[in-house]
Ligand binder design. Structure first.
Ligand code: CA2
Length: 147
């Protein structure tokens, strides 16, 4: 099974700034833990601060992988273009947030992406990514059992 994690703007700062909201672990360190936990899953990782690059990656991977775990960062709340890209691809996308966006400012309560994603996981810290991967593995098993 092939899963890609795509992180959006400022998530390259994880572990370096705002530990009170986003924790103190870098994503690269967390990714190692994920890879150890899911040895049968190939987990790729991409991060960009640029909306168009995120869209290119969604388009490029959305027909060849089994699932995308997407934390689009602040673009979640602004980007019709990312929503359109998700709508255009074939593989399921799980929207992920480290923080509980519903406990935060009102502008974070709306997501352009949720309606085109398989589901949303928010508020479990970095563990939100693990939960998203579990959900995609479950979905893949269901598909395999159908055949
Ligand atoms: O909770 C999340 O995962 C968010 O997607 C994070 C975004 C925020 O705009 C969303 O509303 C919720 C912000 C990412 C910024 O990441 C930083 C990490 C460390 C230090 C500073 C920013």
């Amino acid at each position: 099974m092939n899963i890609i994690i795509i992180n959006g703007p400022n998530l390259n700062l994880l572990g370096k700034r705002e530990p009170g909201i986003y924790g103190s672990q870098s994503f690269e360190d967390y990714l190692e833990e994920l890879q150890e936990r899911f040895p049968d899953v190939t987990i790729s990782y991409y991060q960009s601060n640029i909306e168009g690059e995120l869209i290119n990656t969604i388009q490029e991977t959305g027909f060849i992988c089994d699932g995308i775990v997407l934390n689009a960062g602040a673009y979640t709340h602004t980007s019709v273009a990312i929503a359109d890209a998700i709508r255009a691809i074939k593989c399921p996308v799980v929207e992920v947030h480290i923080s509980n966006v519903h406990k935060r400012e009102e502008f974070r309560h709306h997501s352009y992406l949720s309606p085109v994603c398989l589901g949303v996981i928010a508020g479990f810290g970095m563990d939100s990514y693990r939960l998203a991967i579990e959900s995609l593995i479950g979905l893949n098993k269901e598909k395999e059992d159908e055949h």
